[in-house]
Design a protein around this ligand. Structure first.
Ligand code: PGA
Length: 254
């Protein structure tokens, strides 16, 4: 049985007071559960040192991650964060390809694949978001879109790209909408993604996980996690509510 990975993506939210309150409660909560499920929170990057100070040191299955990375190591790239800097402050997991970056920052499949590549070169774990828009769904293009978003990673990073990595299947229409994909629907595409990746390689893939993301809550988490090909969640809004987020972790531990 695979150990679920729950990622809480805080996006552009939080401040010092919020963080102190949130982690005081999370610290207390995580102890009995930390063996069965891996939990990762990706706060705004500048708060990571503060959170590292607040966290108990024995949280073996808890990690802080980054919401972004640049494709350069250092140099004149104002506002960016490099993979070595992430490693330097103890980060292992990095979200890339989130639809908010694809749309708001015009990030292309090629740029995202380059980010994937530099993460792998630096032994970081990519959490690659893929998924279709509402229009693409209506036009029955979901598989085609996912294939395209996966193919470019293979093209740039090679056959072992997805070893030690995470794909978050996030139908864009479900993000922040209060309407998650139906569990069977999310399972169908996650199964497709897993098999598509398997069909492109000849070795046995290692440490590869598929998450579902898009309006995950403590109400729908149970049915979603019971699906065979869903190994965890990428949670947005609900990861900012400590009660709801810990309930989701609890559900993933059952
Ligand atoms: P949501 O966000 O859970 O608020 O829908 C998910 C995401 O953007 O990854």
């Amino acid at each position: 049985m695979i150990k679920p990975i729950i990622v809480g993506n805080w996006k552009l939210n939080g401040n010092k007071i919020f963080i102190r309150n949130f982690f005081q409660l999370l610290n207390q909560f995580l102890n009995p559960y930390h063996k069965k499920c891996t939990t990762i929170i990706t706060p705004p990057i500048l708060y990571i040192p503060l959170i590292q100070k607040i966290l108990f040191s024995d949280k073996k299955n808890f990690f802080l991650g980054s919401q972004n990375v640049d494709i350069h190591t250092f140099g004149p790239f104002t506002g960016e964060v490099s993979p070595c800097m992430l490693t330097d402050i103890g980060i292992k997991h990095v979200i890339i390809g989130h639809s908010e970056r694809r749309f708001n920052h015009k990030e292309s499949n090629t740029l995202i694949a380059k980010k994937f590549h530099i993460l792998k070169e630096n032994k970081l774990i990519p959490i690659l978001c893929i998924g279709e828009t509402k229009e693409e769904k209506i036009n029955k293009k979901t598989k085609e879109i996912c294939k395209k978003q996966i193919d470019i990673i293979f093209d740039i990073c090679g056959a072992y790209a997805f070893d030690n990595s995470i794909i978050a299947y996030e139908p864009i229409w479900a993000i922040g909408s209060n309407h998650s994909a139906k569990p069977k629907e999310a399972q169908y595409i996650s199964y497709f993604i897993r098999n598509y990746i398997k069909s492109k390689i000849t070795h046995k893939i290692k440490n590869f996980f598929i998450q579902y993301g898009g309006s995950v809550t403590d109400k729908n988490a149970q049915e979603l996690i019971l699906q065979n090909d869903i190994d965890g969640f990428l949670v947005g809004g609900a990861s900012l509510k400590i009660k709801e987020f810990t309930k989701i972790i609890e559900i993933a531990n059952m």
